[in-house]
Design a protein around this ligand. Sequence first.
Ligand code: ZN
Length: 182
Amino acid sequence: MTFSIKEWQAVHLPHWAQQRSDGFKATQSVPLAVFTRLTADVPESVDDLIATLNVHAYYGPPSNGVAQGALWLDLAASTRLPMVCQRCLKPVVVDIHAAQKIRFVATEAQAAMEDDDCEEDVLALEPEVDVAALLEDELIMGIPIVATHSVCQAEGYQPEPDAVVEAKVSPFAVLASLKKPT
Ligand SMILES: [Zn+2]
């Protein structure tokens, strides 16, 4: 089953989670260009690139006398994003893998109260959840602060073996040589 981006943006999550006893899983590739916030600063065209999205919506086991467990959404997304290498200033393509668990609660107040204390994200359940935006948020958080090639040389860098050797002479040695009577 594949969804249009419009469908990813307005998901009735309980409907997904109730489809099967183990919830609902979907994997889909979408054009990277649909994520306009993620690709806003990309230095080149993203027309040929895709992002792979994985979702699993399900109800957790009931607990504390509550008949129905919490509604969960496990998200995972991966893509390749063109960036600028901060060492040589040439294009570099960075692999981004993001994953996050989200637990939904009834109200914003409850979400705010619980969010700091747990590993998962806690959100208030809305009638229509923008799952595409949640996935895009995770990908954005997965962008490295500094992108570099694993091997490259700084822009304008010219190896100067002599300079390296000179730098190894301790300033104290220089001082000592100055003190010697000539
Ligand atoms: Zn580089």
